[in-house]
Design a protein around this ligand. Structure first.
Ligand SMILES: Nc1ncnc2c1ncn2[C@@H]1O[C@H](COP(=O)(O)OP(=O)(O)OP(=O)(O)O)[C@@H](O)[C@H]1O
Length: 251
């Protein structure tokens, strides 16, 4: 089996004549947290779309634990083990935090049958473990519709985690969060590091510094640089690409 949870090989897509992602090769090790950085329009979201099957690639391959999942249907890629969290929440507002996690855990179709079926002690323990991981133990019985923006994002992360995906894709996990919520999100991600492979798109450099091990910088659809936070921040090509932008220099 591959030592890499996620690999892209010369992955690309063209929209008409425009090459939004142009031959991107990434190797993300099992348990690694990889941050994707890049200016607006660099191709970060499109790359996530290609990996998760939302957009069909026109060249290259995507490998999950060495298995080719290129251009499978989105639900099949999710089922294979690539979980994605979007910015728009998809929680059940009338259910409690715990019930939301239980619904996500169950493989049985239908919300209400999910709540009625018996759960093993191991399943219940895993629900509590995940709720603890995302920092919502005190809100276990809280109706999800009354949670704050940050808490909703953590609940959604928990709903992904309970399905034990091999790889989690997070698109700007701190968008719209307060500073305190951003700090807590960094703590959650740091707790997952090492056990959970993650690919995270993020603009907030202070947050990136808090969580990043290795960063891949995209520019005009290509990999411009790869390295640690310190390496990336001192990279002349990255600085040149960001010139005039606040993203790296200001943080
Ligand atoms: N379906 C599409 N059709 C045509 N062009 C597209 C399509 N999707 C994305 N693009 C273009 O591809 C380029 C990359 O967009 P993408 O959203 O991936 O960038 P990004 O790095 O995620 O930027 P941001 O940080 O602003 O989200 C942009 O120029 C965008 O307009």
């Amino acid at each position: 089996m591959s030592v890499y949870a996620l690999e892209t090989e010369a992955l690309g897509v063209s929209f008409g004549r425009f090459r939004a992602v142009d031959g991107v090769s990434l190797k993300v090790a099992k348990g690694e947290l990889r941050v994707l950085l890049g200016a607006n329009g660099a191709g970060k979201t499109t790359l996530m779309d290609l990996i998760s099957g939302r957009t069909r690639s026109t060249s290259g391959r995507v490998l999950l634990n060495g298995r080719d999942v290129t251009n499978l249907r989105e639900y099949r890629i999710a089922r294979a083990g690539i979980g994605r969290k979007f910015q728009i929440p998809s929680i059940f507002t009338g259910l409690t935090v715990r019930q939301n996690i239980e619904v996500a855990q169950s493989h049985h179709p239908g919300v209400f049958s999910n709540l009625r079926i018996g759960r093993s002690a191991a399943d219940r323990a895993r629900v509590e473990e995940v709720i603890d991981l995302v920092g919502l133990s005190d809100q276990m019985k809280t109706e999800a519709g009354t949670l704050s923006h940050g808490q909703i994002q953590w609940l959604e992360l928990g709903m992904l985690m309970i399905q034990s995906p091999d790889v989690i894709l997070l698109d700007e996990p701190t968008a719209g969060m307060t500073q305190a919520e951003t700090g807590k999100t960094a703590a959650i991600i740091n707790r997952l590091k090492g056990n959970q492979t993650m690919l995270v798109v993020e603009h907030d450099m202070a947050f990136v510094r808090d969580i990043a091990e290795k960063i891949t910088v995209l520019h005009l659809g290509r990999v411009l640089a790869e390295g640690t936070v310190a390496e990336i921040e001192s990279d002349a090509a990255v600085r040149a690409a960001y010139l005039g932008s606040q993203e790296i220099s200001a943080c």
